[in-house]
Design a protein around this ligand. Structure first.
Ligand code: SF4
Ligand SMILES: [Zn+2]
Length: 567
């Protein structure tokens, strides 16, 4: 029996109401595999792609990897072509042109999922986005809200034309995907399966030429405009850079591209270490970039690297304390990447000579667990550990599940991480397999000084503050690097409501985004703004999210939406 026929039996059983939930689906698959003596079962994706027009029930049962979109937004990470960083190379950096790993993006090895997708799509942004959207849709998701993540090194150091084109075609892929396969906000699986499906179970690589035919020519402005009305909306854009390529002219260009979040390679808080590892910038630039980003209403995520040469256990833990006690830093989010030794790097030579010893897995977990004591409620820890599989490292972390090991340590030590990620209603509820029902929401406001300004973290949480339903970041800046703001302006750097992406929910999931929490948070922000004597609120908003603010009286003003408030 072919997988395809088996898929038809399963679909038939679902349609007849004989398969009520995912457990029943697994039981049926196992039963059929025994009966037909199959070596391999069809995946949910295989089954889904064999239906022309799947019912809601089928999509619900066959939808996979729900955690990807639990925070309401589907991430699409794409890679830029390999190009050297202008300052040279940091001693731990594995990639770049002519590297040990071949021609790969500068800080990557070619073995990370996003780099592999980049390579197989020839670093073409159109193909990369299109194939990622295909993956989401084929897995039963509706990728209606996209966070575009541009990876590959120091994007703002690349030629402006390249940057503009890269983002143009990433957006065009979203817009074309919407035109081709969407009908009134829903994926039309008839059209979708017709385009991607044939008898040989053809997958996206075989469709590349066909996809490229629709790439055509366009420009940034046209695609941004088109995206405002697309069903696949670019609601956030993230760019990676290093602090010296994050001065105002770089920020202005990033804003032009629709950026809402910047990932800043700060790595550590000691100048002598930065010098030794050849970062090409000092702490002063990290501090300056942080303030410029915040005063331009952008979200700031730091990449930090415990275990660098000349650091030690105490210094690394102290770095966490300093990050959130010193107002010069206070990033909104973190990626924690303990230093590892990768072949072909100058650090590798030091390690070979016995002049450098990286953190072991246990040491790294210990430092991060201790560091978590200093994480405030307004920080999100996005990642712990690089996405480079450990088998490619010569020394350092030797397990791919560092995050889990850190969690085990926290449990042992009785430390509760209070970061946003650990309290996000969606993820927590999903893990517990319970409904994402909002219990006793209450508004909390945390005020703190940061980068010469005042921040208000406004959140909707349950009374015990265990579940976070949504939040926003309001800033009273002290400098006005953009013409859209002045001394009477406050900035809204982020507004986020948890919940699965609309359209793919089941059992009540997906509802969080529709309960008016966003409006509630926005009203509270406006209220604080007025109390602070500011008569204008400027909001950074992804292109596809602007429409949301128009409903509440905001008008487009450059890369922002703004509203005059009655003081
Ligand atoms: S800045 Fe980043 S990408 Fe550039 S050399 Fe250093 S680690 Fe590599
Ligand atoms: Zn956490």
């Amino acid at each position: 029996m072919q997988n395809k026929e088996l898929a038809q039996i399963i679909i038939h059983a679902i349609d007849k109401g004989q398969v009520k939930d995912k457990k029943a689906l697994s039981r049926l698959k196992i039963h059929l595999s025994k009966e037909y003596k199959l070596k391999k079962l069809p995946t949910n994706q295989d089954i889904l792609s064999s239906v022309r027009k799947p019912s809601k029930k089928i999509i619900q049962l066959l939808s996979i990897k729900p955690v990807r979109t639990l925070s309401g937004v589907a991430p699409v990470a794409i890679m830029t072509k390999p190009e050297e960083c202008p300052h040279g190379k940091c001693i731990m950096c594995p990639g770049g042109i002519n590297s040990y790993f071949g021609d790969v993006p500068q800080s990557y090895t070619g073995n990370e999922p996003a780099t592999m997708r980049g390579i197989s799509n020839n670093y073409d942004p159109y193909l990369q986005v299109f194939s990622r959207l295909w993956q989401y849709a084929a897995a039963g998701h509706n990728p209606g809200k996209i966070e575009l993540i541009i990876m590959g090194g120091t994007f703002p150091s690349m030629e402006k034309n390249y940057q503009d084109e890269f983002v143009t075609y990433a957006l065009k892929a979203m817009n074309d995907f919407s035109d081709l396969f969407y009908d009134k906000g829903e994926i039309d699986f008839c059209k979708f399966n017709e385009f991607f499906h044939n008898d040989t179970e053809e997958k996206i690589p075989d469709k590349r030429e066909q996809i490229l035919m629709s790439k055509g020519n366009s420009d940034l402005f046209s695609e941004q405009k088109r995206n405002e009305n697309s069903w696949v909306k670019n609601v956030a854009t993230c760019i990676e850079t290093k602090p010296d390529f994050c001065m105002q002219k770089h920020i202005d260009q990033m804003l032009l591209l629709g950026t809402t979040r910047v990932e800043l390679g700060v790595q550590c808080l000691e100048d002598s270490i930065l010098k030794f590892i050849n970062r090409g910038h000092t702490l002063n630039e990290s501090i300056k970039a942080t303030q410029l980003l915040k005063d331009s209403a952008l979200k700031v995520m730091y990449h930090i690297m415990p275990g660098l040469p000349f650091s030690n256990h105490e210094k690394d833990i102290d770095m966490f304390r300093e990050l959130f006690n010193n107002p010069d830093y206070k990033p909104d989010a973190l990626k924690i990447y303990p230093c590892i030794v990768l072949p072909g790097t100058p650090l590798h030579k030091l390690w070979e000579k016995g002049k450098f010893v990286p953190l072991s897995t246990d040491e790294a977990a210990e430092i991060i667990a201790e560091g978590k004591k200093h994480i405030p409620k307004w920080v999100r820890i996005h990642r712990i550990q690089r996405d480079i599989p450990v088998k490619y490292a010569s020394s350092g972390i030797d397990k791919n599940n560092l995050r889990q090991l850190v969690e085990d340590k926290l449990l042992e030590k009785g430390i509760k991480c209070q970061c946003i990620r650990c309290r996000e209603a969606g993820i927590k509820h999903f893990k517990e397999n319970s409904l994402t029902e909002i219990k006793t929401p209450k508004i909390f406001v945390e005020e703190y000084d940061a980068s010469n300004g005042t921040e208000f973290f406004i959140s909707s949480e349950d009374k015990a503050r265990e579940y976070l339903y949504g939040f926003c970041r309001l800033r009273i800046p002290s400098t006005f690097p953009r013409k859209e703001s002045d001394k009477d302006t406050a900035l809204l750097r982020e507004l986020h409501v948890m919940g699965k992406t609309a359209g793919i929910g089941s059992r009540g999931e997906g509802q969080l985004q529709h309960k008016g929490l966003g409006k509630l948070l926005l009203e509270k922000a406006e209220d604080i703004c007025i109390k602070q004597g500011k008569n204008k609120l400027a909001v950074i908003s992804g292109i596809g999210a602007r429409e949301y603010y128009f409903k509440y009286g905001y008008k487009r003003t450059g890369p922002y939406v703004t509203k005059k408030l009655k003081v």
